[in-house]
Design a protein around this ligand. Structure first.
Ligand code: GDP
Length: 150
C-alpha cells in the first residue's frame, strides 16, 4: 500500500558550484516528484551542526560541516507516493562510486562527502528536516494548486 509522503532534499554546495542545479531538478521532476517548497540558504556553522547533529561523533563531522558551509544549498520539499524511499533510490548510495548508474549521486557526486544531494532517511527525520527549513505556510498543497497531469 503506497501513500503520499513528503521528504526534504538539499542540493549541496558542490553541485551548485558545478552548475548541476537545473539538471538535478529536471531529474527529480521527471521522476514524478512534485516540489512543494524551495529556497536557497547559506547555512551558518551553527545551522549545519544542528542539521547533522546525529553525526556529531563521526570522524568526518568537522569536514562535513566545513563542506556544507562552503557555499549555499538549495533546500526543497518533495511530495510523491513513498517519497522518502523513492528519493533515496533516485539519489543512490552515499558514495557516488558505489551508487547505481543513472542515480543523482552517480551522475553528479564527486566523492563520499561531496555527493551532490541530501534526502531524508525516515518519516521522523523528514518531519524534522522539513521544519528546519520551512514553515507549514510556506509549502504549497499539491492537490489544490498544481494542474493535474494530462
Ligand atoms: P546519506 O544519508 O546517504 O546522506 O549518508 P549519511 O547520513 O551516512 O551521511 C551524511 C553525509 O555525510 C553524507 O551525505 C556525506 O556528505 C557525508 N559523509 C558520509 N559518510 C562520509 C565519510 O565516510 N566521509 C566523509 N568525509 N563524509 C561522509
Amino acid at each position: 500500500m503506497t501513500r503520499r509522503e513528503r521528504t526534504l532534499s538539499l542540493i549541496k554546495p558542490d553541485a551548485i558550484a558545478a552548475g548541476h542545479t537545473g539538471k538535478i531538478l529536471d531529474h527529480i521532476t521527471s521522476a514524478g516528484f512534485q516540489i512543494i517548497g524551495l529556497r536557497m540558504v547559506f547555512l551558518s556553522r551553527t545551522q549545519a551542526e544542528a542539521f547533522y547533529y546525529m553525526h556529531r561523533e563521526r570522524p568526518f563531522f568537522p569536514s562535513l560541516i566545513e563542506f556544507m558551509t562552503s557555499g549555499p544549498v538549495i533546500a526543497f520539499v518533495l511530495e510523491k507516493e513513498n517519497a522518502i524511499q523513492a528519493y533515496r533510490d533516485l539519489m543512490g548510495a552515499t558514495d557516488p562510486a558505489k551508487a547505481a548508474p543513472g542515480t543523482l549521486r552517480a551522475l553528479f557526486g564527486q566523492n563520499v562527502e561531496k555527493n551532490a544531494v541530501h534526502g531524508s532517511d525516515s518519516p521522523e527525520n523528514a518531519r524534522r528536516e522539513i521544519a528546519f527549513f520551512f514553515s507549514e505556510a510556506e509549502l504549497i498543497p499539491v492537490q489544490s494548486t498544481f494542474p493535474q497531469p494530462v
